[in-house]
Ligand binder design. Structure first.
Ligand SMILES: Nc1nc2c(c(=O)[nH]1)N[C@H]1C(S)=C(S)[C@@H](COP(=O)(O)OP(=O)(O)OC[C@H]3O[C@@H](n4cnc5c(=O)[nH]c(N)nc54)[C@H](O)[C@@H]3O)O[C@H]1N2
Ligand SMILES: Nc1nc2c(c(=O)[nH]1)N[C@H]1C(S)=C(S)[C@@H](COP(=O)(O)OP(=O)(O)OC[C@H]3O[C@@H](n4cnc5c(=O)[nH]c(N)nc54)[C@H](O)[C@@H]3O)O[C@H]1N2
Ligand code: SF4
Ligand SMILES: [Mo]
Length: 700
């Protein structure tokens, strides 16, 4: 196990992350087939060419742009020995007939006894648009339940809610990433792209960088200015920067007057955020606050937030505070300027638009809106009255398991590892009458399932994904799936047939995409002008409301916003402390995140031999000494909810009051055993990025 987090190494270049070393004794055979597709992992969706040799070996290489180590090694999972290729019923291989009949029978029995809402669905932001769309339809029509939500609730939900509130629309980046090359200043708030999307760093080489992160990360290494706040204090920081901007006359009054509402209240709130007061809350020095504000003023500045700033019980208000700052400086809509949020999962953007959110219908419509219900019901050929209402958010859905919810379908997520308060989540799932997992490996969640259904991987399917720029791109099949494996779409169709469900279900992604287009027409995320034929030529950024529409690379360029009055909204927000503060019993803050070589719950990347990186606890040397902990010692990290163990990685790159672990590792090493499940009141995002812990040496 390598204990060196990649953040301990300075960032060199995206190419330093790949290609994976080839076996020199292996002579390349003739190429059997190729496919131009995109990486299976993060929201950057790097363009990738797959080649299959005559002996079945698949290799991946970038198409023009870059790729990180995870992309280069992604084909290793296709023929992995741990890949599942037969349905499993209580761990025993069975035929598809048996498995599907069993699942349909379970649904009928659970619903007959406990009602339709006793069945739930937990989806994922890595699923294609076609899967997400059909999943939302299948849940509402075939299962007839309101209980659907997905892991994007853990990911994007705070930024989504804030974007909708301030701008009236939720597209992570309102401009192409290329535009960042012309920005003069980029502020990265709680984002570590040098590890989480390395090729993205090439867009940032022209600008002065300000990084806001409690750790000196590989990204912070490249910055002109690194602000190192206490976790959970970004809101105060943003309000403090606005205070200075007002005091120093950095505001764009014409912009504020003509294109926004609500500034007066925000100005009053900001007045209370004196620099010395902000320094006391955040730990960022007054001179650094002034330096940051000065850097941004009067320039083409882009503020970008990611999970560090968003995964808090006040995540929505924190993002709002950064948007307020951007509006006050007159940035959104101006060239190479503005606010954006870095989406995380492969289809994190499309995954939040087409109906797997508890309160949502396709095209970013709300399920509680009568007009939206009518439109979508007409496309689905059903009466609007038959559509269920809004369900509950991901954490709340998991909490209901074994209680109100008796049966759960999970696809595209591994919540036993990735959900907060993970031990309790596992207990809840064990309390279900039936857990059904669609996956291609035995994830920790699949291990608890009554039925596991083996599905295709990215190189074996067609579809579309919507990347972090709102760009709709094509996933293309390289080769058919192994014997025994079926697509997520096929399983939905088969189960719908067994349940005599209303509506039609398809296994053809192109046909589903066409239907998705109709369902999204007139919605905020309008895909109705797109078709596979058009996507054959190039990618398009939504909205694309007509077949001759060229897409929308840049939003708000005329300085109007899709709010009722056409103006962006300032919303006054105040700082609150994290739900748990440090005290004498739990004297440290735990924050969590990612390392370059592992992806999410690790279900995929932990199985790839050439990807290294194990669990660790990043800890300041002074803090380690106080606790009698040496480099490499095993440490037990305990919160009010639970504990995990990790080897210590002594590093002066982290604040002395804070420790950090990645969340990619299961079992005794699972950081989410300790993490808090307190939720943001608006987005229902759990507070992944800060809780109070104590640490002690653990016996080996
Ligand atoms: N290698 C790799 N890449 C990935 C993923 C992966 O699992 N592995 N996952 C993808 C997904 S789904 C996502 S959502 C993105 C996430 O991408 P990022 O948001 O860049 O990743 P994180 O590591 O979760 O968090 C970023 C930083 O936030 C800092 N942070 C912690 N607490 C705070 C705080 O209170 N304030 C501030 N300002 N910063 C804080 C952490 O120290 C961390 O360096 O990455 C995507 N890319
Ligand atoms: N402590 C802490 N916890 C966190 C975070 C954090 O920063 N700190 N970040 C949160 C964030 S931002 C996210 S996005 C979540 C992610 O965490 P998870 O939701 O657990 O995401 P993955 O690990 O990507 O799980 C995807 C699962 O679905 C399978 N899969 C992949 N593609 C498909 C498909 O097309 N169909 C089907 N049926 N299965 C598929 C994979 O094999 C894997 O088992 O974790 C959250 N958890
Ligand atoms: S940066 Fe993201 S999309 Fe690109 S190769 Fe790495 S994991 Fe894949
Ligand atoms: Mo995410």
């Amino acid at each position: 196990m390598s204990r060196t987090p990649s953040s301990a190494r300075p960032f060199v270049s995206p190419d330093a992350n790949g290609p994976a070393p080839q076996d020199p004794s292996r002579t390349r055979l003739p190429v059997l087939r190729t496919a131009d597709t995109h990486c299976p992992y993060c929201a950057l969706q790097c363009g990738m060419r797959l080649e299959e040799d005559a002996d079945g070996t698949v290799t991946a290489a970038p198409r023009g742009g870059g790729m990180c180590k995870k992309g280069w090694t992604s084909p290793e999972l296709l023929d992995h020995p741990e890949r599942i290729t037969r349905p499993l019923l209580r761990g025993e291989p069975v035929s598809w007939e048996t498995a599907l009949d069993h699942v349909a029978d379970r649904v009928r029995r659970v619903q007959a006894e406990h009602g339709e809402d006793a069945v739930g669905v937990f989806g994922g932001g890595g699923l294609t648009n076609e899967k997400v769309y059909q999943l939302g339809k299948w849940t509402r029509l075939a299962l007839g339940t309101k209980h659907i939500d997905y892991n994007g609730r853990f990911c994007m939900s705070s930024a989504s809610a804030a974007l909708n509130r301030s701008f009236g629309i939720d597209r992570g980046l309102p401009f192409p990433a290329e535009d960042l090359k012309d920005a003069e200043v980029v502020v990265l708030v709680g984002a570590n792209p040098a590890e989480t999307m390395p090729p993205f760093m090439r867009f940032l080489t022209g600008a002065e960088l300000v990084v806001v992160d409690p750790r000196r990360t590989a990204t912070a290494e490249t910055a002109q200015l690194h602000l190192q706040p206490v976790p959970g204090t970004d809101l105060a920081l943003a309000n403090g920067l606005l205070h200075i901007a007002i005091e120093q006359g950095y505001l764009d009054h014409d912009y504020i007057g003509a294109h926004t509402t609500g500034f007066d209240e925000v100005r009053q709130t900001a007045a209370g955020y004196w620099p010395a007061f902000v320094e006391r809350i955040t730990g960022v020095s007054v001179p650094d606050l002034y330096a940051a504000a000065r850097l941004m003023a009067g320039k083409r500045t882009v503020l970008l937030t990611a999970r560090g700033s968003e995964q808090h019980a006040k995540g929505v208000d924190t993002v709002t505070a950064w948007i307020n700052l951007a509006l006050a400086l007159g940035l959104p809509g101006r060239p190479s300027s503005g606010y954006g949020c870095l989406t995380g999962q492969g289809n994190g953007q499309g995954g939040r638009e087409h109906g797997q959110k508890a309160d949502q219908l396709p095209g970013y419509r709300m399920i509680t809106d009568p007009a939206a219900r009518e439109h979508v019901a007409a496309v689905w050929g059903v009466d609007p009255g038959t559509l269920p209402g809004a369900g509950v958010s991901a954490v709340e859905l998991l909490r209901k398991c074994g209680d109100e919810v008796k049966m759960l379908f999970v696809l595209g997520s591994n919540p036993v590892v990735s959900a907060p308060r993970a031990a309790r989540v596992a207990d809840r799932l064990k309390d279900l009458d039936s857990l059904v997992s669609f996956d291609f490996v035995m994830s920790e969640t699949a291990r608890l399932a009554e039925v596991v259904l083996p599905v295709t991987q990215w190189a074996e399917e067609d579809g579309t994904m919507t990347n972090l720029e709102g760009r709709v791109i094509r996933r293309r099949t390289l080769r058919p799936a192994p014997d025994g494996v079926r697509s997520d779409l096929w399983i939905m169709k088969e189960l719908a047939a067994r349940l005599d469900a209303p509506g039609t279900y398809s296994t053809d992604p192109e046909a589903i995409f066409a239907e998705l287009g109709r369902a999204s027409a007139g919605g905020k995320a309008d895909y109705s002008g797109l078709s596979y034929a058009r996507l054959e030529e190039r990618s398009f950024q939504w909205p694309v409301p007509a077949a001759d529409h060229e897409g929308t690379p840049r939003m708000f360029t005329d300085l109007t916003f899709p709010t009722p009055d056409g103006r962006a909204r300032f919303i006054a927000v105040d700082h609150r402390h994290p739900a748990e503060r440090r005290d004498s019993v739990y004297p440290l803050y735990l924050t969590t995140g990612r390392i370059l070589t592992q992806y999410q719950s690790g279900a995929q990347t932990r199985r790839i031999g050439s990807l290294d990186g194990g669990q660790f606890l990043q800890i300041h040397p002074d803090t380690a000494v106080r606790h009698g902990i040496g480099d490499g010692d095993l440490v037990r990290v305990t919160s009010r909810r639970g504990s995990y163990t990790a080897p210590a990685l002594l590093s002066a790159d982290i604040r002395p009051d804070t420790v950090f672990s990645p969340f990619h590792f299961p079992g005794a090493e699972n950081a989410n055993a300790a993490v808090s499940d307190v939720l943001d009141p608006v987005s229902r995002m759990p507070e992944f990025k800060v809780c109070a812990v104590k640490i002690a040496p653990a016996p080996r």
